[in-house]
Ligand binder design. Sequence first.
Ligand code: SF4
Length: 373
Amino acid sequence: MRHLYIHVPFCVRRCSYCDFSIAVRKRVPANEYVAAVVRELESLAPGPEPLETVYLGGGTPSLLPPEAIHALLRERLALFCVPTSAFPVEITLEANPEDVTPANAQAWRAAGVNRISLGAQSFDDRVLRWMHRSHDALRIGAAVRVLRDARIDNISLDLIFALPAELNRDWDVDLDRVLSLLPSHVSLYGLTVEERTPLARWISRGAVRPTDDERYAEEYLVAHERLTAEGYHFYEASNAARDARRSRHNSAYWSGRPYVGVGPAAHSFDGRTRRWNRSAWEAYRRAIAEGRSPVESAEVLTDEQRELERAYLALRTSEGLPLAAVDRLRPPLAAWETAGWVVVRDGRVTCTPEGWLRLDALVATLTGRRAIA
Ligand code: SF4
């Protein structure tokens, strides 16, 4: 177990576009939650190797009281974490700006958190209200300052693009605001319309229109260009870092390394088998309390599925796909190069930003070719 994901399912309300498996709670049942996750952790045999990364994602992990985060990281995970100064454990906490107070930030730091992924999404208060976010734009800059004061300077900001045209969101202004805060990392999320969300209902009654592909591509390419010009490196299609501060945890996913997930809806992968936990908090809690496995299901990947998955993940990253794999998968490489979707350099195929925009279609071509072969 080198990479551990801990899913914290609680949110104070549901954002207008979100279909994640969350539990909306005014008061987070922190003690019950920690007890359940610790029981699940105890049922997993720790490997001989120390943890390299821990990621508390959600949901809204920053809603957990700092004592609960401390209990999880310092008291329980200490069993697995053997950090060395040469290669310290990366411990990321996803936080919403309104939860970043000086006291919380200090407590997170004391618990070992050294990276924060901050759900900024936009710097336009009107847009934030439309998204049903609980923070306003001023809170984002304030949160970044508070985190730096607490000696957490590895900060990632999440931004959503491709919002409906009716909102008149100024994407350039949002990018200006992000760049002015000099985060070490930026994650971009293109808005997608998921069933059973407020956004899907607004669209079905004609209140807003979904964003067209052209604007989606335009905003992505503008962000890519502007962030790159400011020294950020897109090491993955939607993730850019400066000063080599990539997310080591997410990089493990993209390089196909095994990981363990605990908590409701968490996924685990051992290199061949993927399993996932019950997604509803109550079902997860009950299974653990009754001494049953929280695992809902699992799938064993065939060799072919693993090869295609590795290709897909590799093409998402700036490292790209080795030509040896390309020989087996037989993509129409010359056509992709001519179209400007990939470049072939140093024995590897990497996507251009235009290629990343159509990554699913490129990989579908690979899948189709395997089916014919
Ligand atoms: S804070 Fe995140 S997980 Fe919670 S409702 Fe909003 S988008 Fe979903």
